[in-house]
Design a protein around this ligand. Structure first.
Ligand SMILES: CC(=O)N[C@H]1[C@@H](OP(=O)(O)OP(=O)(O)OC[C@H]2O[C@@H](n3ccc(=O)[nH]c3=O)[C@H](O)[C@@H]2O)O[C@H](CO)[C@@H](O)[C@@H]1O[C@H](C)C(=O)N[C@@H](C)C(=O)N[C@H](CCC(=O)O)C(=O)O
Ligand SMILES: Nc1ncnc2c1ncn2[C@@H]1O[C@H](COP(=O)(O)OP(=O)(O)OP(=O)(O)O)[C@@H](O)[C@H]1O
Length: 483
């Protein structure tokens, strides 16, 4: 519960309050106390005691007409019967009011936030497995792949970082469920749209940066994308950063200016990977030791080192880090299945050129036999991926490729496949049905030297076709069905 007095205090303190607008008059104070028992940003989820947030690009005045709520908060006076609290920034207001409404759950959890272009989900799972070793399974997790608020039940997330209202409600549930730690991914959009406004994390991690999420609905430029991600530096008590990432210089300068305690990793720092083999690596520095992980690839060892440093800052011992990392699996990221003939089937979420290149390189270096690739490209978005995928296939002549459907949406999957194939000199197969494509690829393997890479969908159990999500068995399930 929260009162109108508390709401106005929060907004005034944040220099976000403009006025209350009611019945054609403006007020700085309201002479009657009001108690709100729910907060909502969806007009379909209100009651007469709700404080409603009118926000969003697609918000319509119609949602407020005849709305049975107590007050609404907005940047815009819609001049409707319902009294309005007018603010300069509704999303900031939503975050701060939600924190008070849920009694500041962030202060009752030790929080670890991860950002970066690649590796957030993988590192978030690594961190959860390590912290679970330390706290006996009391780590809540908010990731692109899955969310858990009790450490046992997992559900699929809609956004990488939820809207502040949902986020604070989830944090409060985690506290109610006796969780002691929360690991979460913080996307650049979260900072751009104030989903984490007013939150400070115990540990922040910056994994890497490369051009991504640049476009009309996300970030106008790489500068904006990077700047938004760097906001995590300003909202962490301790920071871990990859010294090998692009533009690391400014991160270092910014951290020094903030006088924040930090750990850097990568060459030319004390925290380095010394020796690295398939699933084993050795490190030097504050978490020196030898570690095993279940995911191939040097970048996953870097994710593991970043996570080791971050969880160390939260009190994890080297042995807890070792055990956690050795146990960690990540849904849809380098999931490995072994066929009866010994061939390895890799299911990975890689859905752009860079990720696919990394993935293929890793698998190629571990398999001397046949290398099959199941791949499609999304329709009506990321069109340049078709060219990038073509380049990867062209660069790796050993790949035997079966092109297939991957969220073709309003486009023809065959036409998408033809565009990928147009960038490749050799012929590629095409099987529209993704499950049959997977079955076919597995049937073409014969020994442990062979591998099938199923790229793109990761944990998705749907195909986006003609604007609708149609049920799909899932890559991992299809792999297990036919091995
Ligand atoms: C830019 C942005 O933050 N967009 C998110 C935001 O949209 P918005 O605030 O503009 O709201 P909107 O969808 O235009 O809808 C308007 C409002 O009308 C309300 N409504 C609607 C219908 C009705 O009858 N009554 C009503 O009140 C809705 O509840 C909503 O509050 O709030 C919506 C939920 O309230 C999100 O679904 C939406 O995510 C969009 C769709 C999205 O996909 N965002 C992506 C770009 C994103 O955030 N991605 C990052 C990941 C990036 C990464 O991988 O690194 C993420 O964190 O997920
Ligand atoms: N540190 C890394 N550097 C480069 N590539 C990586 C790294 N970690 C993971 N990848 C690759 O990127 C893919 C996505 O990994 P993951 O889901 O962990 O990242 P993410 O940051 O959550 O991604 P997204 O923002 O696309 O959801 C993996 O399937 C893997 O191929």
């Amino acid at each position: 519960m929260i009162t109108l007095t508390q709401v106005l205090e929060i907004l005034k303190k944040d220099a976000n309050f403009r006025e209350i607008s009611a019945e054609n008059e403006y007020y700085y104070n309201w002479n009657q106390e009001v108690t709100f028992d729910t907060l909502a940003y969806d007009s379909r989820k209100v009651n007469e005691h709700t404080l409603f947030f009118a926000k969003g690009l697609n918000f319509k005045k119609d949602y407020l007409l005849d709305l049975n709520a107590a007050f609404y908060i907005s940047e815009f006076d819609y001049e409707v019967a319902l009294p309005a609290i007018i603010v300069t920034d509704v999303k900031r207001a939503m975050s701060l009011i939600a924190q008070a409404f849920y009694d500041y759950p962030q202060n009752k959890l030790k929080t670890l936030a991860l950002t970066g272009t690649k590796g957030k989900t993988t590192s978030a799972y690594f961190a959860k497995f390590i912290l679970d070793e330390m706290n006996g399974g009391k780590t809540a997790l908010l990731s692109t792949a899955e969310t858990t608020l009790d450490g046992k039940n997992f559900f699929k997330s809609e956004l990488t970082t939820p809207e502040s209202l949902d986020l604070l409600e989830m944090m409060a549930k985690a506290v109610e469920n006796s969780m002691t730690h929360l690991v979460m991914e913080v996307s650049s959009q979260a900072y751009k749209t104030e989903r984490v406004y007013g939150l400070t994390f115990d540990v922040g991690v910056f994994l890497n940066i490369s051009p991504d999420h640049i476009g009309p609905v996300e970030h106008p430029t790489l500068e904006d994308y990077f700047y938004c991600k760097r906001q995590l530096l300003h909202h962490s008590r301790y920071f871990v950063a990859n010294a090998e990432m692009n533009h690391f210089g400014i991160i270092k300068e910014e951290l020094l200016a903030l006088e924040l305690p930090y750990a850097f990793y990568g060459k030319d720092t004390e925290n380095r990977i010394l020796e690295s083999a398939g699933l084993h690596f050795e490190t030097t520095g504050s978490v020196a030791g030898s570690f095993d992980i279940r995911l191939l690839g040097r970048f996953n060892q870097e994710n593991a080192l970043a996570t080791a440093l971050a969880t160390r800052a939260l009190g994890a011992s080297t042995s807890q880090i070792k055990v956690g990392l050795a146990k960690a699996t990540v849904p849809g990221r380098m999931e490995l299945f072994t066929a009866k003939n010994g061939a390895h089937i890799y299911v990975d979420y890689a859905h752009n050129g860079i990720s696919l290149e990394n993935l293929v390189q890793v698998v190629e270096s571990h398999h001397t036999g046949k290398l099959l690739l199941i791949l499609g490209a999304t329709g009506n978005k990321g069109e340049n991926r078709r060219h990038d995928f073509g380049e990867v296939i062209e660069n790796h002549k050993r790949l035997e490729v079966i092109l297939t459907t991957d969220d073709s949406n309003h486009e023809d999957p065959k036409a998408i496949a033809n565009t990928i194939a147009s960038h490749v000199q050799r012929p590629l197969d095409y099987i529209a049905d993704r499950e049959i494509a997977i079955k076919t690829a597995i049937s073409r393997t014969s020994s442990p030297a062979d591998a099938v890479i199923i790229a793109g969908k990761g944990t998705d159990h749907y195909q986006l076709l003609n604007g609708k999500r149609k049920p799909y068995i899932g890559d991992a399930e299809a792999a297990q069905k036919y091995i």
